[in-house]
Write a protein of this length. Structure first.
Lengths: 483, 511
């Protein structure tokens, strides 16, 4: 070990710097604002009416948001599609994800995947497709001068993917390798297994691809998924950039106009299980730092309580350094670098999770402290200062949700896809402002259940066994197979 | 997430360089739009007006990073970055006059203890225990005056977005975006923490940084392999040291060391601030002069004198870890503004830029032996001669050796066959467009201006770079490949799975 005291470090390590040091003026001695308090500076009021994006619906039902932005010679388009991994059949888990990736790489009826790669990369454009749990996205980024060519490929990929066999096999190999590696990163291992413990491994919301399900997916499955879900009336498109709006709409109509509307209702997703088995769960992994993850079901996206829950979550752990979790677990005790809590609402209820990464020797200590902080959210009402900080922060930073045309159209399109009311963005500040202290406590009581949580710990067995026993009866979990 | 205070031991160079070219019109636009202003104390400001929304992004960056450290205090630049969020004489404290003497006493104990810990003699055991207890007591005393995270809180209530900082080998940067009516507040907060930071809660923060090291390096296969590669490739030059610091160094850093570091390196002449957004220079400059102009000047920091001797044989490093195998290799090369460095940017694009790049095509699409392959021409930094790094992830059951051979074949081809015109043009088109995209966000532009001003000495390097990249020929690429991409100039690091045994204890320093 090469530790030195500060004095020796300077003198021994380099005399040169020591010499400089003696000449350096004491910075701060003459800086006249050392005692100026930040609150002495008052901000002038800010008024900002963001441009209203143009919204239209093509005759086949495709919705288009468009906003011109002539700052740079670029066009950005994102299509939001009503498709998702929650609709995957149980024995084909991974189908939606694989479809998204292969729409882009597997070629179209008239172009091979390799031809598309070459055409796009020569013009430095990108087209990407990806499908998540509840929706998919297809994006185009292209220089203005190549807009027609970029749009043509983008439309072709959306409407006519061919899923050529050789690329299907390539993608399958890649996904199998990703599965083989998925437990290498402790935090993502913890996230995945936590979700499976709360929902149960067979829930559409927690199902993950397995080697067997990936091997069972056929080209026909991909074609069927595309035919069923990729229909124009289930797509909302957000376009921003250096184009003329009328011209762009004409181009979109020309490209997508013949794509027929279809009335295919989305499958019903079963409700999440009414309950799960709370307790302490353990996954052994020989790493020096443990992951501690705790929580349960969350809140539905459109719940009237959503604003109170946001303020509560901000105070608890979603706000970075001003949160209770951060200030107590990280700042005051040095137990973690990363610690947070997050309520992630979705259509069915979503999840609430509180997470910390801490060295093996302080695992139980961190766990206990986090549980205590969750309890305190229910018993100790937020202070006036906490309420003020939470509301001001959420409201004053809200402008960054729509400070560029690209964000503005994407936000609007995505919110519409997820079923938010059209005035959601406009009314957001007022809705946050209205939240009361009592509502925050009420939200904590209704949506936090520190006595009935899944507490999952990933870490080194030899160092943790004794500690975990102090947290309760421990169930050891075997992670989902990787091969 | 703002909690990631250190976004990038390696991100800066890769992201910024990936963005580093300009389309003709965009480049010319930039030339006329950057307002330059240098204060009497040497601090330089670069301002670009954009009034689309009432917000601005700011990056204050210092030319100091891991490369300015020595054995024994590795991690100090990054530690200071954390401490810059702890407040000043008025932010983060209930009573600085009462707090200060306690912090000073705490330092004296900490320095003694760090020394005894290092010497680790049995006869000091009880003395060390007593000092540790004293430290704990003093920390408690100091704590009563602290308002935790008040700097963050003030920024947050004023609407800050993306409040963060990062330390790389080359620079340390502080970033945030704010509503534009908060400009003067920003100027006070940033100038105050540059001029008069108070490094309170220092010894607790060592534990936080130790956790950060565990998370980024000791728990993470990518982090482990990268650290092993760079420490092996650089044996003399301080690019050798991990930016996060060695665990033993992190645990023994002291506040007097950090204060010394601040006096030497956080001088206004060693800083650049880039501002992009809803800012009128006529209104902003007087505010900048008032607050930042009041920071006293200091002498230039000491240079890094050590250079890396030429490598005289291939180095091979193995890392055993509980993860699937990975490969990383690196060749020494010159850095900017060397002409060969420009050539490497095009070469890099040809090798791994996209799905039609040579290595992706060979390893992923055709041979199907890798899931991914990537490369970087400015690893681990750009202030000093650096590395061309190639990394790849094999598909089971293929091995790192097979990947190495496949990569070698493509490197050979670069040396023996001129790159066809269309392929060369494609690489240039991509570099151009990437740069334009990098200008799109306020923060993207601010970070490029500040970065190149510090590392290349002039932000206009961006413009020159683009001009030069357009002229690069197939012969340039062939010449550079032949000169640098030779086995005796490279280090190959391989991560191999370590089978878990039930009673195994963990390597890597967490105790």
């Amino acid at each position: 070990m090469t530790c030195r005291s500060a004095v020796r470090a300077i003198a021994a390590a380099f005399a040169l710097v020591a010499a400089v040091l003696t000449m350096a003026p004491a910075v701060g001695a003459t800086y006249p604002y050392a005692n100026t308090r930040p609150e002495s500076i008052k901000a002038k009021p800010l008024s900002f009416a963001p441009p209203e994006p143009y919204r239209t619906t093509l005759p086949n039902g495709m919705v288009v948001y468009a906003l011109e932005d002539h700052q740079l010679p670029l066009v950005e388009i994102t299509a939001y599609i009503k498709v998702g991994s929650i609709y995957d059949p149980a024995d084909k888990a991974g189908l939606a994800e694989m479809t998204g990736s292969l729409m882009r790489t597997g070629g179209t009826l008239t172009r091979t995947g390799d031809e598309i790669d070459e055409q796009l990369e020569y013009i430095a454009a990108s087209v990407e497709v990806s499908i998540g749990q509840e929706y998919g996205t297809a994006s185009l980024s292209v220089l203005k001068q190549d807009l027609d060519q970029g749009l043509a490929i983008f439309a072709d990929v959306l409407m006519h993917p061919a899923f050529r066999e050789d690329k299907v096999e390539l993608a399958r190999q890649q996904i199998l390798e990703e599965i083989r590696r998925r437990n290498d990163d402790p935090p993502s291992l913890a996230d995945r297994e936590f979700m499976r413990l709360v929902y149960g491994p067979d829930s559409p919301w927690a199902r993950i691809p397995m080697p067997a399900t990936i091997k069972s997916i056929t080209r026909q499955d991909l074609l069927d998924l595309h035919a069923r879900y990729f229909v124009p009336n289930h797509i909302i498109l957000a376009a921003s950039g250096d184009f003329s709006r009328a011209d762009l709409i004409r181009k979109l109509q020309a490209l997508f106009g013949a794509w027929p509307r279809q009335s295919t209702p989305l499958p019903q997703i079963p409700d999440p299980p009414a309950s799960f088995r709370p307790g302490v769960y353990f996954i052994p992994k020989s790493v020096p730092q443990s992951v501690v993850e705790m929580g349960h079901f969350g809140i539905k996206r459109m719940s009237p309580d959503q604003y109170a829950v946001q303020v509560m979550d901000f105070i608890l752990g979603a706000s970075g350094f001003t949160s209770r979790l951060m200030s107590q677990v990280r700042t005051a005790r040095g137990l973690a670098y990363e610690v947070y809590a997050v309520v992630s609402p979705n259509a069915d209820g979503g999840l609430f999770r509180a997470v910390a990464l801490t060295k093996a020797s302080t695992t139980a200590e961190a766990d206990r402290l986090m549980v205590k902080i969750l309890h305190q959210m229910q018993t100790q009402p937020p202070t006036d200062a906490e309420m003020q900080v939470a509301k001001d922060s959420l409201i004053n930073s809200f402008v960054f949700e729509y400070d560029t045309p690209e964000k503005l159209v994407s936000q609007r399109a995505l919110r519409e896809m997820l079923g938010y009311p059209p005035d959601y963005l406009k009314s957001y500040p007022a809705n946050i402002r209205k939240v009361t202290k009592a509502e925050v406590v009420e939200a904590a009581r209704k949506y936090l259940h520190p006595d009935r949580m899944v507490q999952l710990i990933v870490g080194d067995k030899a160092q943790l066994e004794g500690q975990l026993a102090t947290l309760g009866s421990v169930t050891t979990v075997t992670p989902a197979p990787v091969e | 997430m703002t909690q990631t205070r250190n976004v990038g031991l390696r991100l800066v160079a890769t992201i910024l360089l990936a963005l580093a070219v300009i389309a003709p019109s965009a480049g010319q636009d930039l030339q006329g739009k950057v307002v330059e202003h240098t204060l009497k104390n040497g601090m330089r400001f670069l301002i670009v007006e954009r009034h689309e929304a009432p917000v601005f992004s700011a990056m204050v960056a210092f030319k100091v990073g891991g490369v300015d450290e020595k054995t024994g205090y590795t991690g100090l630049a990054h530690m200071f970055e954390h401490m810059a969020f702890k407040g000043t004489q008025v932010v983060g404290t209930k009573n600085y006059a009462k707090e200060k003497p306690i912090l000073d006493r705490l330092d004296r104990v900490a320095v003694q203890l760090a020394r005894l810990d290092a010497e680790n003699r049995p006869q000091d055991a009880s003395r060390r225990a007593a000092l540790a207890k004293q430290m704990e007591q003093l920390q408690k005393e100091a704590e009563q005056y602290v308002i935790p995270n008040q700097f963050d809180e003030i920024m947050s209530v004023n609407g800050a977005e993306g409040l963060n900082a990062f330390t790389s080998k080359d620079i340390t940067a502080y970033v945030e975006s704010l509503p534009s009516n908060r400009f003067e507040l920003w100027a006070l907060l940033e100038s105050q923490r540059i001029a008069t930071p108070v490094l309170r809660e220092f010894y607790l923060e060592r534990s936080v940084v130790a956790e950060e090291r565990l998370e980024r390096t000791d728990n993470d296969p990518d982090g482990k392999l990268y650290e092993a590669l760079v420490t092996a490739a650089f044996q003399a030059h301080p690019y050798h040291f991990p930016v996060i610091g060695w665990m033993s160094d992190i645990r023994s850093l002291t506040r007097p060391q950090a204060e010394w570091f601040h006096r030497i390196y956080y001088t206004p002449g060693n800083a650049v601030c880039a501002l992009v957004g809803d800012i009128k220079p006529s209104e902003a400059l007087p505010i900048i002069d008032k607050y930042f102009g009041a920071i006293p000047a200091g002498p230039p920091p000491p240079p890094v004198v050590t250079t890396e001797p030429a490598q005289d044989g291939e180095r091979r490093v193995q890392v055993l870890f509980r993860a699937q195998p990975q490969l990383s290799m690196a060749y020494h090369k010159p850095t900017l503004p060397s002409d060969d460095d420009f050539v490497f940017d095009v070469l890099n694009q040809i090798m791994t830029g996209g799905r039609t790049s040579r290595l992706y095509t060979a390893l992923v699409k055709q041979k199907r032996i890798a899931v991914s392959v990537d490369s970087d021409t400015s690893s681990p930094g750009a202030r000093y001669p650096n590395l061309f790094e190639i990394s790849a992830t094999p598909i089971y059951p293929h091995t790192a050796d097979e990947l190495t051979r496949a990569i070698d074949e493509e490197i050979e081809r670069l040396k023996t066959e001129p790159v066809p015109d269309r392929e060369l043009q494609k690489a240039k088109n991509q570099l151009d467009a990437d740069f334009v995209r990098g200008l799109a966000s306020n923060m993207g532009l601010a970070s490029q201006l500040a970065y190149y001003q510090l590392v290349a000495g002039d932000w206009r390097y961006l413009l020159r770079w683009r001009e030069r990249v357009r002229q690069i020929t197939a012969a340039d690429i062939q010449r550079v490949a032949r000169k640098y991409l030779v086995p005796q100039n490279r280090t190959v690091a391989v991560l191999q799975p370590l089978e878990a045994s039930p009673a195994s204890s963990t390597p890597g320093g967490a105790q």
